[in-house]
Design a protein around this ligand. Structure first.
Ligand SMILES: Nc1ncnc2c1ncn2[C@@H]1O[C@H](COP(=O)(O)OP(=O)(O)OP(=O)(O)O)[C@@H](O)[C@H]1O
Length: 471
């Protein structure tokens, strides 16, 4: 998936691109301050500023048109700048036969000149500095960690919106739409509404993924550990029922007990409630009825931090799970939130476990789907959870990557719950399966026996793949 990276960053190898990011941030910041502080009537100086900015574009080898296209974000200010002379206060003067306010004209010019230069300077910084570099530059400048985290999240949200917009555009065009013509403006306007909703929903899923790795609103945290109840099962779920805020009832009373070290597959047709169930296991979803306990600790607000340290959730879509500028930072996110001490070595070990050490410094968004899936698993492994909850781990994996993932999962010690439609994968990894349908557990037993029950599978819209035989 491409994101805001590609929209605002113009990759290159010019001297401007090669400058240290913190130097560029300081220069850009100083330049914006200089522009803002310049008296509005020093007209020629604004011309000089513009020439300097354009000269930087030439050295950076980024075409001026690239900036012009992106400067459209300034449109509301331009409109305001042109309205001020018309509606400004007296005294007034004649300009090209129009009566314009003198003060309004100066105020409009001030906004137009300073706003445009500010936008162009910011775009120049963004064009010549990759987002990850920008964040590193801020770190070098010792900008407080919460501000850097906020910048990271804003960046991720930008990527979410741009990514959704691109996906929707491709979907529209592939179905014959060509939104270049005026009479399609209505469809485009409706798409903007949909884009907002889709971006909001994805943003919410990214937030859930952050919460599930211990994010509480500020980076860092303590490593306080709550004592568990000895001899309690790894997981005990009783009469769990849940309805989404729109009133849709997804779970109707799930009961499940999982012993320590067990590997259990959660099977079921589309819409059965599997993901909803998985999201409850570390308190990402809550508010229904029934109870859940992990190693004897109730999943309640007071224990949430400890529960999230113990239950690692790997989301169905890796794009929901990965939001930091680099793979290494994403993998470090959970251990940092949980106040773990040996973060660097955890990151190295987790990436090595999934065979992804070589991509540590790359942006997660520039990886292939299969690579992202492995990195998403590493983000959770780095927290060494006692229970690993995986939602569709084998989806979109090439056969070799799928086999490697199976070997990796079989080599891991934690208790495991794996939501999957991949029945052979369930058989390979999990000796036990539970079948969920319509928000309740309808079967629970050895995976082989459940998969051998053709009538049971058929009743719940499950099917072994063509040619697959249970020996
Ligand atoms: N955010 C939401 N708001 C309202 N309803 C939802 C929401 N998310 C899921 N649902 C509904 O809850 C039900 C269970 O969804 P869930 O995603 O848990 O199913 P699933 O078994 O994981 O399905 P799949 O195999 O297709 O991933 C579905 O009917 C779904 O439409």
């Amino acid at each position: 998936m491409s994101g805001a990276h590609d929209v605002l960053h113009h990759a290159g190898d010019s001297p401007v691109h090669r400058l240290a990011p913190h130097v560029k941030i300081l220069v850009a910041f100083g330049a914006v301050l200089g522009v803002v502080a310049t008296p509005r009537t020093w007209f020629p100086l604004f011309g000089v500023y513009l020439l300097v900015v354009v000269a930087v574009w030439f050295v950076a080898r980024v075409p001026p048109l690239w900036f012009v296209k992106r400067a459209v974000i300034e449109t509301p200010f331009v409109v305001l700048a042109f309205l001020l002379p018309i509606f400004g206060t007296d005294p007034r003067t004649d300009f090209l036969g129009l009566s314009v306010s003198v003060e309004g004209s100066l105020a409009g010019w001030n906004i137009l000149a300073k706003g445009t230069l500010g936008v162009l300077i910011s775009l120049t910084l963004a064009a010549t500095t990759a987002p990850g570099e920008l964040l590193r530059g801020l770190q070098t400048l010792r900008v407080p960690a919460p501000l850097i985290m906020i910048a990271t999240l804003m960046l991720r949200y930008g990527e979410v919106v741009v990514g959704e917009a691109k996906r929707m555009r491709v979907a529209r065009i592939s179905r014959g739409d060509d939104p270049r013509f005026l009479w399609q403006a209505g469809a485009v306007a409706r798409s903007v509404g949909t884009l907002f909703i889709r971006s909001y929903e994805r943003g919410e899923r990214v937030h859930l993924a952050m919460v599930s790795r211990g994010w509480t609103g500020s980076p860092g945290g303590s490593a306080a550990v709550v004592a568990e109840v000895a001899a309690a099962p790894a997981l005990e779920v009783s009469k769990l029922a849940f309805a989404y805020p729109d009133g849709h009832q997804a779970l109707f009373g799930v009961d499940l007990r999982v012993e320590r070290g067990e590997r259990v597959a959660v099977l079921g047709p589309n819409g059965a409630g599997k993901t909803t169930f998985a999201l409850h296991l570390n308190g990402v979803l809550s508010g229904g009825s029934g109870s859940i306990s992990v190693a004897g600790l109730d999943v309640t607000k007071k224990n949430l931090r400890e529960i999230r340290r113990r239950v690692g959730l790997v989301f169905q879509d890796p794009d929901d799970q990965l939001f930091c500028p680099t793979v290494a930072e994403d993998v470090a996110f959970g251990p940092r939130n949980f106040g773990m001490s040996d973060v660097d070595s955890r990151v190295r070990k987790a990436l090595s476990a999934v065979g992804m050490e070589s991509v540590a410094d790359r942006s997660p968004l520039h990886l292939s789907g299969g690579q992202r899936r492995r990195v998403a698993l590493a983000t959770v492994l780095a927290c060494a959870p006692e229970i690993l909850v995986l939602d569709e781990p084998s989806a979109n994996l090439e056969p070799v990557a799928r086999r490697e993932l199976a070997e990796l999962l079989l080599s891991l010690a934690p208790t495991m719950l794996m939501v999957t439609h991949d029945l052979p994968f369930a058989l390979q990894i999990c000796p036990r399966s539970v079948l969920v349908d319509d928000g309740v557990v309808v079967a629970d037993g050895p995976t082989r026996e459940i998969l051998a029950d053709a009538a049971l599978l058929a009743r719940h819209r499950l099917e072994l793949p063509y040619g697959f035989r249970l020996d």
